[in-house]
Design a protein around this ligand. Structure first.
Ligand code: 6R9
Length: 635
């Protein structure tokens, strides 16, 4: 019986049980049979949920790029590892074979070494979605440098904060980047940040837009001439299983971003295993994840997961709306994509456009479609399932986090029956529990609670860079002995999980715990509503009351906003109860959103409270200008 590949539901249950009863044996087999190690482990794991200390594959020696690249060369050297699809559809796509990837990563690794980067040094990568980004990430891993990718849409301030937090020695960037019809002056942003980044010694600059950028003598170097001179083979650094692989920043509920640290062996084993099963990956498949490599989804499922399995992965530079709303579907058709993995926010925005954009393309190559990043609402689920998956591709709603490293709860396609809006069952090795306010585990079915994980898994983040105390407090103190996800969930009659949203989005009104998500769902059913966000604000009598920020579509002739507001409250009253009616309704033209599509509620909470003093870190927002607008029109 295979441990690595799950074939049917019975096999899943068997593996799941084994992973809970004998986790050492389970992970030992998977790690032993599917990877190349310089030296095997003394112990499968050594963990302490109280102190938040985790070691996996203790004392093993490994290099993840040996597993991503070198070991495929003998049999799959000429196979395409990466398909680069440029922003502009008229620019030719590039097919980078495993042989070529080996050479490019080796050259980059040699350049980094020559420029003084050593094992354990931090390298900040601030690049658009071009092959150099993938190559730079892998080159760091090859030489044991810790990569910290900063999404290339972040501002100079955000870049500076991230560089300084981890004390990076080098930045790798480009002259510029393309996104839709925009050109982004990345080097200019780096130049703005650098004077306040004392740890940076060198800036390597790749060419993408060929724009004229100033180069600072002694600090800035064009990458290409260095690569041209470098040897195209390289020796991989021998890493301990627990040596850091990367830092990736994620926003916390308080201002300062958290540098989540992932290490080598456990992350490798878990991302490979989950990629294989959650996407039913088969040898000739073409996998496309539309995330940016600047997010964990891109790290684990554009790069590491696919390459560890010797897959072909698509690297897409563009956006779903350029040159028009059929770009995603056109790219699927063009490269005969078999697995497509995107976010609900993209699905929702595309589903608002004419159906013709998607119906023009048969999309017969698709086998599996996936969703990640936030709860997928019923309407979006069906649109995606019907019009993209053609009702024949299983839709995997994958729940996980930057902190978890890999997918935690998800259907396994052709194994787990899907159910709209449900992430369904935990993957083997993952033990979710629901907790009540009194910190008791809630047993049984048809229940909701705070989602925790009660046993460690190989790719759990090891710490927050430089602040283990904050790591412990954020994730391991609310429910002692358990990892607290920050999300709420429901477990249905058969044990399927549905993630209901962040638990910090619960407002207590007159002693009733009201989740904001179901209220928003009710509001969104109003035909004039495009989107809404609810937060609580202090109220003399109720303790808290509800404030709704609502975006309207066209509201139609002869109707006014006051009427719409009344109808909205009626809808809430009918669907949830009068207790959930909104005290204040503000119609807005946009909501503050992070680039991964998450509404930044803490800002709305502050506005609702009338506290404009300090909005904390807003550098991850896509549309920071909306804050002033909402603030000025507060009701
Ligand atoms: C991978 C990623 C993590 C938070 C997580 C949750 C939300 C992610 C979800 C989902 C419902 C899903 N989330 N996937 N909620 N269903 N399938 O997105 O990582 O950026 O760290 O966000 O995203 O709230 O806690 P990250």
């Amino acid at each position: 019986m295979s441990y690595y590949t799950i074939n049917d539901l019975e096999h899943y249950f068997k593996m799941y049980k084994k992973s809970v009863r004998e986790p050492r044996k389970f992970w030992d087999r998977i790690a032993d049979e599917n990877f190349v190690w310089y030296q095997k482990w003394e112990k499968v794991f050594d963990v302490d949920m109280q102190e938040a200390k985790f070691k996996w594959f203790v004392d093993a020696k490994v290099n993840i790029t040996k597993n991503c690249i070198d070991r495929h060369l003998a049999r799959k050297g000429e196979k395409t590892a990466i398909i680069f699809e440029p922003n502009n559809p008229d620019e030719e796509a590039q097919h980078i074979s495993y042989n070529e990837l080996y050479k490019r990563v080796s050259k980059m690794a040699n350049v980094l070494r020559e420029q003084g980067v050593k094992k354990g040094d931090r390298v900040c990568i601030y690049l658009p979605m071009i092959p150099d980004l993938a190559v730079a990430v892998l080159a760091c891993a090859r030489i044991g440098a810790i990569h910290s990718v900063v999404f290339a849409g972040f501002s100079a301030g955000a870049l500076e904060a991230r560089v300084n937090d981890c004390g990076a020695k080098m930045v790798i960037t480009s002259d510029g980047g393309y996104r839709g019809d925009k050109t982004i002056n990345l080097k200019g942003i780096v130049d703005e940040a650098m004077p306040k980044c004392p740890s940076i010694e060198k800036v390597l600059v790749a060419k993408r837009t060929n724009s004229d950028v100033p180069m600072q003598e002694g600090r800035d170097f064009w990458l290409q001439p260095l690569l041209d001179k470098a040897l195209d083979n390289s020796v991989a650094e021998i890493m301990d299983s627990e040596d850091p692989l990367f830092i990736l920043y994620t926003s916390g509920s308080t201002g300062k971003p958290k540098g989540m640290l992932h290490t080598t062996g456990g992350y490798m084993v878990y991302t490979a295993y989950t990629f294989k099963n959650v996407f039913n990956y088969q040898d000739e498949d073409i996998f496309w994840c539309t995330a940016d490599i600047g997010w964990i989804t891109g790290h684990s499922y554009i790069l590491y997961g696919p390459l560890l399995n010797g897959a072909t992965t698509v690297l897409f530079e563009g956006v779903p709306s350029y040159p028009d709303f059929s770009r995603f579907w056109e790219v699927i058709e063009k490269h005969k994509v078999t697995q497509f993995y995107t976010a609900p926010t993209a699905i929702r925005s595309l589903s608002k456009e004419s159906l013709e954009y998607v119906q023009k393309f048969p999309l017969r190559s698709l086998k599996v479609i996936g969703s990640v990043g936030e709860p997928i609402n019923e309407e979006a689920w069906h649109w995606y399932n019907d019009h993209v998956g053609g009702k024949r591709c299983p839709l995997v709603d994958t729940w996980w986090q930057t902190e978890t490293g890999g997918i935690m709860i998800s259907p396994i396609p052709f194994v787990t029956p899907t159910k709209p809006t449900y992430a369904s069952l935990p993957l083997p090795g993952i033990q979710p529990v629901l907790m009540d306010e009194l910190r008791n585990e809630i047993e049984g079915n048809q229940v909701t609670g705070s989602l925790c994980i009660k046993f460690p898994w190989p790719s759990i983040a090891r710490t927050i860079w430089g602040d283990h105390q904050r790591y412990k407090e954020t994730y391991f103190t609310a429910f002692p002995g358990k990892y607290f996800t920050g999300d709420g969930a429901l477990r249905d009659e058969v044990g399927y999980y549905r993630i209901t949203g962040r638990v910090d989005d619960v407002v207590i009104v007159s002693g009733h715990n009201l989740g904001t998500a179901p209220i928003e769902d009710a509001i969104n059913e109003h035909p004039a509503v495009a989107e809404s966000a609810i937060v609580g604000f202090p109220h003399d009598i109720k303790g808290n009351a509800l404030y709704g920020f609502i975006i309207l579509k066209e509201i139609g002739e002869g109707r006014d906003r006051a009427n719409v507001a009344k109808e909205i409250n009626q809808l809430i009253s009918d669907q949830i109860g009068p207790i959930a009616k909104l005290d204040k309704i503000q119609f807005v033209s946009g909501l503050p959103k992070t680039r991964s599509g998450k509404i930044m509620r803490r800002i709305l909470r502050k506005i609702a409270e009338g506290d404009f003093s300090n909005f904390g870190d807003t550098s991850t927002l896509l549309n920071p200008e909306i804050i002033d607008q909402i603030k000025n029109e507060r009701v």
